[in-house]
Design a protein around this ligand. Structure first.
Ligand code: UT7
Length: 329
């Protein structure tokens, strides 16, 4: 028997800090041995956004959350849980989610926690939210946020990584479905293979010497794994079949925005035409856990997402970790 979704998206919002930094500006600012053409041709990225002093992951997250609440027509006090996906938190503790809760004036006593699954964190946060709806009957509305300030962990002497990432946040408000509602978060699948941790990592952390470290990546190897995982058609079909759908029914593919060439290769492997792929990597660069909710919010703003459409989210990130989610808008 088909199971009905527990919740649906009722609001979306996002935040991109300050003015965009184009490829030529980035190269000039950090004296990189690179060209705007190389960056654009190898990655599809033309610009990114970076925070300035005083802006943090939680400040971006709170702005995105406020916009999502406005769209949902809800007050912060009506939010029962906040789940933030991030691997660039303001502090080791407390969580970004608690900082957002305080900033919004959300209900004290509500749930607030962070999830770290690197670039696939938003799928993990969605899955966490599904679990809260399933196990806690009092939960009606959940803010799920992806927020990152990757500029804090970039090595600006490494041209092969520092050109790829940007800062930003995207937020969705999930609301518990009334009985019989067929729209919403349909199914989620996740996985991880920690044996690949060294291919994409930061070299420090709390237990490794007190500072966050910077991004280190074996780009070509990560590229291949990302395409294989986000382009796994059998896995995507199996997920979609759980709700009686197939890849042909997908109206929008919203992949983690790592590199335009990764997205094109994954879409080809899934058999999804490029006009059904939401692409924001050119404008935002790779914003890690924020990239999928940012892309969803931007697509909604452009009136691309319409009620009743089937959307497939595909994510891949450090760990490696990965995940997919099927949604009926
Ligand atoms: O969320 C998942 C995270 N993963 C990713 O976002 C990225 C995965 N990987 C990639 O996107 C690509 O592998 C890169 C964009 C990082 C690199 O592209 P590539 O086509 O795989 O290039 P490459 O690593 O094979 O490097 C080719 C050349 C090298 O020079 P040599 O050794 O051939 O002389 C690099 O040093 O390009 C050089 N290079 C650059 N040249 C100009 C690397 N970065 C740059 C740069 N500007 N920014």
């Amino acid at each position: 028997m088909k199971t009905l979704p527990l919740c649906r998206i009722v609001g979306l919002g996002h935040c991109l800090p300050n003015a965009p930094i184009g490829n030529a500006d980035l190269i000039a600012r950090y004296g990189l041995q690179s060209t705007p053409d190389w960056i654009e041709q190898r990655t599809g990225i033309t610009q990114r956004y970076f925070v300035q002093a005083g802006q943090t992951t939680s400040t971006l997250a709170a702005i995105a959350a406020r916009a999502a609440l406005v769209q949902a027509g809800l007050e912060a006090g009506q939010i029962d849980a906040i789940v933030v996906a991030t691997c660039t938190p303001d502090y080791t503790f407390p969580s970004v989610a608690t900082l957002v809760q305080a900033a919004l004036g959300a209900r004290a006593g509500g749930i607030a926690l962070d999830v770290n699954a690197a670039c696939s964190g938003f799928i993990a946060a969605l899955s966490m939210a599904q679990g809260l709806f399933a196990t806690q009957p009092g939960v009606q509305n959940i803010l799920v946020i992806g927020a990152e300030t990757f500029s804090n962990v970039l090595d600006f002497t490494d041209r092969s990584t520092c050109v790829l990432f940007g800062d930003g946040a995207g937020a969705v408000v999930l609301q518990r479905n009334p009985a019989g509602e067929e729209r919403g978060v349909l199914h989620i699948q996740q996985g991880a293979d920690g044996t690949h941790a060294s291919l994409l990592h930061s070299e420090f952390g709390v237990a490794q010497g007190n500072i966050a470290g910077t991004v280190h990546m074996q780009g070509a190897a990560v590229f291949k794994h990302a395409v294989r995982q986000m382009g796994d058609a059998d896995q995507a079909q199996a997920l979609l079949q759980l709700s009686g759908h197939s890849l042909d029914d997908v109206m929008w593919l919203v992949p983690h925005q790592a590199n335009a060439r990764i997205l094109e290769a994954a879409a080809t492997s899934l058999g999804v035409p490029m006009d059904k792929v939401i692409m924001t990597v050119a404008d935002h660069a790779n914003t890690s856990a924020a990239s999928i909710p940012l892309a969803l919010s931007v697509a909604a703003e452009a009136a691309k997402l319409q009620v009743g459409q089937l959307v497939l989210l595909q994510a891949f990130g450090a760990g490696f970790t990965w995940g997919s989610a099927s949604l009926k808008i």
